[in-house]
Design a protein around this ligand. Structure first.
Ligand code: ZN
Length: 462
């Protein structure tokens, strides 16, 4: 038996782990590398294995860095089964189709640029296209439920457990048997933590011999959730009082639904004005919210109580959902409103138009509620640049800037250690999905287990 790490090895994107047992080959996740151009080029490199030889793919959740290379895997010969939760299947479909569209646009743009040069070079092909994303959907099969074992084939059994990270997210246990040799391998996927809105707490993990674990925040503790919600309400109330707009750049999956959930709660608890005008200006976030509504089985008790009381967890008295670009553009006349739009890091999407119309106004606010990578527009604003470039225009930053850190979807160091302690005393812990420094620090806190931090394409015999 062997584990090989073909992605998220000493970094946080491109999750892809290969399990070999009894002549079968199983992938856990097949994600896209995200970040700058150089990182994007890694997506075009060899997987490190032949996609046609893979029998099963088990998908932990629908984030792009976990499912984003499945259309490519399929185009290059994978025709096995993809097992995941029903909610993850629907979110992954949305994410892969959106990614295909971006790949197509990027290729078109680069070819257009090249067409103006004398030396045009080879035309750029998209990494994959919409048809590839549609084709791979035929391979998806929904698992029955969390906690129910499923025999993939003789000697290989899988069980999914609630991970509490995003809707439908799972940790996956593989029970492997080869020539009388047995191993229990637990993949954490991305881990959430207790007490978040909408989602149940992560399940108690099963005992395992080997734990493959994410380590994104292995070196730090988060701010608590409650003070972060209070800060959000306060930012909105102060800005609305001076008739400014509150811009919230947001990720379409989970973060936007959490925001709607907290805004609704704030209005119900009279911590926000009853007729707060809120615009959701992101077609992808709107579709994701509809997928959330279809998957009540993934909700926690509090969200069920909201539904039982006859309310929609994601609806507000004065919520407007913009449908087309014209409606989005018309928001430049809005005052005293909350505008939620993508992308979360302001690298694209409609938020850039709203920034252009509001950043220079001292009565406006921008509230960052998610991670902002170095080099992005979001990071420039957070770091206090006085003038930024938005859509080819220089814009002065006069708006009030808030960075609210308590809405993370990932467990922090303390929560990772606590989760690990509940897996029994695994003989081996493999840290993945983290920067080397975060991993080193986390490794120092894990007792009674040997720890490995594999490099890309490295194998471990188990
Ligand atoms: Zn994730």
């Amino acid at each position: 038996m062997r584990l090989t790490f073909h992605g998220a090895a000493q970094n946080v994107t491109g999750s892809c782990h290969l399990v070999e047992c009894g002549g079968k080959r199983i992938l856990i996740d097949c994600g896209l590398y995200q970040g700058g151009r150089e990182v994007a080029e890694e997506n075009r490199e060899d997987f490190g294995f032949d996609p046609a030889t893979i029998d099963y793919l088990l998908l932990t959740h629908g984030h792009l860095d976990h499912c984003g290379r499945i259309p490519l895997l399929h185009r290059l010969g994978f025709h096995g089964k993809i097992l995941t939760t029903s909610a993850t299947r629907e979110l992954a479909r949305l994410v892969m189709l959106d990614s295909a569209r971006i790949q197509e646009e990027e290729a078109r743009y680069r070819n257009y640029k090249a067409s103006k040069r004398r030396n045009r070079g080879e035309p750029v092909e998209p990494l994959y296209d919409t048809l590839d994303a549609l084709n791979c959907l035929d391979c998806f099969i929904d698992i029955a439920s969390f906690g129910k074992a499923h025999d993939l084939c003789p000697g290989i059994r899988s069980t999914f457990y609630e991970a509490g990270h995003i809707l439908g997210s799972a940790c996956i246990l593989l029970e492997l048997s080869e020539n009388g040799h047995q191993r229990r391998v637990l993949f954490s996927g991305d881990l959430g933590y207790d007490g978040r809105a909408i989602l149940p707490d992560p399940a108690t993990p099963p005992q395992a011999d080997i734990v493959v674990m994410e380590s994104t925040y292995g070196d730090r503790l988060h701010k608590r959730l409650e003070p972060s919600i209070e800060e959000l309400y306060q930012a909105i109330n102060t800005t609305i009082a001076r008739n400014g707009n509150v811009l919230i750049p947001s990720f379409a999956l989970e973060r936007t639904q959490e925001l709607l959930y907290y805004l609704r709660e704030g209005i119900e608890q009279k911590r926000l004005p009853l007729h707060l005008p809120v615009y959701l200006d992101s077609p992808m976030a709107n579709t994701a919210t509809q997928i959330f509504r279809r998957h009540r089985e993934c909700f926690d008790e509090e969200t069920w109580e909201v539904i039982a009381a006859g309310r929609d967890p994601f609806d507000l008295p004065d919520l407007e959902i913009t449908r087309d670009t014209a409606e989005s553009m018309a928001l430049k006349h809005a005052r005293g409103s909350v505008i939620i739009a993508g992308s979360g890091m302001c690298t694209g999407g409609r938020i850039r138009h709203h920034l252009r119309h509001n950043l220079w106004r001292k009565e406006a606010s921008v509230v960052f509620v998610g991670y902002a990578a170095g080099g992005t527009l979001a990071r420039q604003i957070i770091e206090g640049e006085e003038v930024v470039r938005v859509l080819q225009e220089e814009v002065e930053v006069n708006a009030e800037i808030y960075t609210i850190g308590g809405f993370s979807a990932h467990a922090d160091q303390q929560e990772l250690i606590a989760w690990h302690a509940r897996t029994g005393k695994p003989e081996l812990t493999v840290l993945v999905h983290g920067e080397p420094e975060a991993m080193q620090i986390l490794a120092g806190h894990l007792d009674e287990t040997s720890v490995q931090m594999p490099s890309l394409h490295q194998s471990i015999e188990i």
